[in-house]
Design a binder for this molecule. Structure first.
Ligand code: AMP
Ligand code: ZN
Length: 150
């Protein structure tokens, strides 16, 4: 199998921001977690509710995961997408899953983006946005509330 290269500047497992979110060494707005997966709001979202779903165990790309764990990751991502779309009253969503720097992966810990989209944004290029910490917490609260219903 061909190896997917990452530059050393991206850091290894001991210096991974998503591992730090898992261990609570770094802050985040967690919307869901179980013993193997975690979902939290993207700090620099493409849309309100943009969420990242990750395996807790460090791996750089989806090729580092066992196939049944990949299936479980997407099962969690699907559940999260339902909660996110309801929470922000979106009309659809994107799954984006980048593998490798060449594919614009900037955090070398496997993750699935769940990006909600509204009908009025159809076809429009989406820029990244910033929300205040209070807004982020409110969005996370709404998503958690919807997760509890699934
Ligand atoms: P990718 O380009 O697929 O590697 O996406 C990485 C995503 O992680 C980007 O959308 C970033 O905004 C997001 N991100 C980076 N650092 C953090 C963080 N500390 N908390 C939440 N999201 C983050
Ligand atoms: Zn990691």
């Amino acid at each position: 199998m061909r190896k997917i290269p990452f530059s050393s500047a991206m850091g290894g497992p001991g210096d991974c921001i998503f591992c730090k979110i898992v261990s609570r060494e770094a802050p985040s707005n967690v919307v869901y977690e179980d013993d193997r997966y975690i979902a939290f709001l993207d700090i620099y979202p493409f849309s309100k509710g943009h969420t990242l779903v990750c395996p807790k165990e460090h791996g750089e790309t989806i090729w580092d995961m066992k196939e049944h764990d990949i299936a479980d990751l997407f099962q969690v991502a699907s559940r999260v997408s339902k909660a996110v779309v309801s929470a922000v009253e979106a009309d659809g969503f994107r799954f984006v899953q980048n593998n490798g720097e060449a594919a614009n992966q900037v955090v070398a810990h496997v993750h699935v983006h769940v990006i909600p989209v509204k009908m009025e944004d159809k076809g429009r290029f989406s820029d990244r946005r910033r929300f205040t910490p209070a807004q982020m917490e409110e969005i996370a609260r709404l998503v958690r509330e919807e997760m509890a219903k699934t």
